[in-house]
Design a protein around this ligand. Structure first.
Ligand SMILES: Cc1ncc(COP(=O)(O)O)c(C=O)c1O
Length: 412
């Protein structure tokens, strides 16, 4: 909403939400508050601020006051307000990485069991299948996120093992852009007593291209390192949702020490202003690149969402929940790992590096990098084989990208 109460568009919120020049020294752009601690006005106010922070009661409750930067600071408030506005949520919390965000959600919720979709980012897979089991949690997964029976099988197994607290989905999923039907998962959660909370990792499309809060998820998590940060020069994560859930995470963040620092918040505020422009350009490039790859004789398959066949179940889910196809997808070269490696080593412009969502185009070989610790059997089930490459298309001139891909494909 603006000052007159009018609803603003996401592109406008990305620039204006979270900072008002009237709040400080009238600086048109947000200053950085490089401090680790904040001065109290009086002994009584110090006591009141702490009461407000820990109990949400007393004369300072509901007011903006800061104590110590690990607990919260003005630049964090700005990022969180902006992210909440973009996600259409009551509140948001920002962390020093996407994984710190996932970890806080897991710690805030885990007692008995969790269900998650696959494929899912390797770090999240490790969190729920290596770390959390050591703390007594049981983890169950499904591999067809558009199929009710497949999801229900995991849900029933989880409920047999204990109280099901969380359903975690990533859609589109890293690296194949596989879809999970968000409305279906929300409906399944609502049919259960007690109702598990639904977490979505929204990293691949981000707040501008997919709005899961409006679809009923409880936590909308995003690795802000990717498209929102957008320049491959910072690490950050965020989660939005109802105030009560976000406050729980903020208190936990204070203990974990995983707040986002003032300078990175400031960089992120700057980056968020242009996320829609960068994504639009990257997606326009991705459309052209995906069609080039699809039609190339040395390419076995391409998973770009815009190319999903009309009339399929996945197409219907895509059209229902995604505003656009994003710019990260996978493709498979003919000839297995040896061919994939020859192709990668011949690239001159595209950067061979993990991560995604930067202004530059990045390419990686998931089986031997991001998904190194995922077993071959599981990779086969979710479609990550030795010939699979993940591409995060950036905002360069598309002709240069295609020229580089074309010359590298000659090496196969
Ligand atoms: C889909 C997805 N979620 C979460 C993460 C973790 O984010 P971060 O690297 O910011 O911790 C990544 C990182 O690649 C990712 O791709």
């Amino acid at each position: 909403m603006d000052k007159r109460g009018a609803t603003l568009h996401p592109e406008t919120l990305a620039i204006h939400a979270g900072y008002d020049p009237r709040d400080g020294a009238k600086a048109a752009k947000a200053p950085i508050y490089m401090t680790s601690t904040f001065a109290y006005e009086s002994a009584q106010q110090a006591k009141d601020i702490h009461e407000a922070y820990f109990e949400a009661t007393g004369p300072e409750a509901g007011k903006v006051a800061h104590i110590y930067t690990r607990l919260g600071h003005p630049n964090l408030d700005m990022v969180e307000a902006r992210l909440a506005a973009l996600d259409g949520a009551e509140a948001a919390a920002a962390f020093n990485s996407g994984m710190a965000t996932h970890t806080a959600i897991a710690f805030a919720n885990l007692r008995d069991s969790v269900v998650h979709g696959r494929p899912i980012y390797g770090g999240t897979d490790g969190l729920y299948n290596m770390l959390m089991p050591q703390l007594g949690a049981h983890s169950f997964s499904f591999t067809d996120g558009c199929d009710e029976a497949n999801i229900m099988a995991a849900v029933n197994a989880a409920r047999a093992a204990g109280h099901l607290k969380l359903i975690v989905i990533e859609t589109p999923a890293n690296p194949t852009a596989a879809l999970v039907d968000i409305a279906l998962v929300v409906r399944i959660a609502a049919s259960l007593t007690p109702r598990p909370r639904v977490v979505i990792d929204n990293t691949l499309l981000g707040p501008l291209m997919q709005r899961p809060i409006a679809m009923g998820v409880d936590y909308c998590m995003t690795s802000l390192t990717k498209y929102c940060g957008g320049h491959s020069d910072l690490l950050a994560g965020g989660v939005s949702g109802r105030t009560e859930l976000i406050n729980e995470l903020r208190l936990l963040r204070t203990t974990l020490g995983s707040h986002l620092d003032p300078y990175t918040c400031w960089l992120l505020l700057r980056s968020m202003e242009t996320v829609h422009l960068r994504m639009e350009r990257a997606m326009a490039n991705a459309h052209i690149v995906s069609e080039f790859l699809r039609d190339h004789p040395k390419i076995a398959s391409v998973t770009y969402l815009a190319l999903v066949a009309e009339g399929t179940r996945e197409r219907a889910v895509y059209e229902r929940q995604c505003k656009a196809a994003g710019s990260t997808f996978a493709f498979r070269v003919k000839g297995g790992e040896a061919a994939a490696f020859r192709f990668l080593d011949r690239l001159r412009l595209l950067r061979f590096a993990v991560s995604l969502g930067g202004s530059e185009t990045l390419i990686t070989h998931p089986a031997t990098t991001t998904h190194y610790s995922v077993s071959r059997e599981l990779r086969d089930v979710v479609g990550i084989d030795d010939a699979t490459l993940r591409l995060s298309v950036g905002i360069e001139h598309v002709d240069d990208l295609i020229a580089d891909l074309a010359q590298a494909l000659e090496a196969i």
